[in-house]
Design a protein around this ligand. Sequence first.
Ligand SMILES: NC(=O)c1ccc[n+]([C@@H]2O[C@H](COP(=O)([O-])OP(=O)(O)OC[C@H]3O[C@@H](n4cnc5c(N)ncnc54)[C@H](OP(=O)(O)O)[C@@H]3O)[C@@H](O)[C@H]2O)c1
Length: 213
Amino acid sequence: MGYRVAVVGATGNVGREMFNILEEVNFPVEKMHAIASRKSIGVEVSFGAQILKCEDLAQFDFSKVDIVLMSAGGAISKEWGEKIGAAGPIVIDNSSHFRMDPDVPLIVPEVNPDAVKDMRKNIIANPNCSTAQLVVVLKPLHDEAKIKRVVVSTYQSVSGAGKEGMDELWEQTKGVFVLGAPPPKKFTKQIAFNVIPTSTPSWRTASRRKSGR
Ligand SMILES: NC(=O)c1ccc[n+]([C@@H]2O[C@H](COP(=O)([O-])OP(=O)(O)OC[C@H]3O[C@@H](n4cnc5c(N)ncnc54)[C@H](OP(=O)(O)O)[C@@H]3O)[C@@H](O)[C@H]2O)c1
């Protein structure tokens, strides 16, 4: 017996990795669907030896699947997550959208699988990537000797901006050595040979105002 699974965000970095991992762990799949936006209808993605043609999120009948792995960004999860859950399948949402929703358990399977009993909307959320891997390590330490405080620094990667962000880094990196880097689209500044640009922090603006700089 296998599950009928749909990956929403199938053309993205995360979606493609989901296919790889489901294949790697031999997840029991009866039928796999690749879902993306309308512009990707018919685009081919691989799931093991199978080539899947992408289907349009807005047209897909989610009542015919058991599990939906959702990774198309917070705005898409906001618009579609609950509608898909109401159609029947369990939605496992990778975005930040449902993380603070009291009716949606926030689960890392190695840490709090029992929280699934709190599921009210057929949706399970998961934390961001740095938190998910950190708590797997912290859990046994916490069980052994209660942790009171954790100090963590995380560093943002270009891949966090998705496929478009990584493409921009690649094109600009090539461009720097030839005709000059193409102008930024996804990021606010050139990302090649840079760190992730951010807007001026409010404390800096305030101190500049005070000092007249
Ligand atoms: N929880 C975690 O650990 C974790 C880690 C990394 C990323 N994420 C989250 O995962 C999400 C995707 O990241 P990514 O790096 O894979 O991004 P990405 O490479 O930019 O891919 C985005 C995916 O979403 C699809 N999409 C965009 N707009 C859509 C629409 N209107 N309807 C249907 N599908 C649409 C895209 O399809 P098209 O190609 O058709 O546009 C594409 O498949 C983000 O929310 C990110 O924050 C979570």
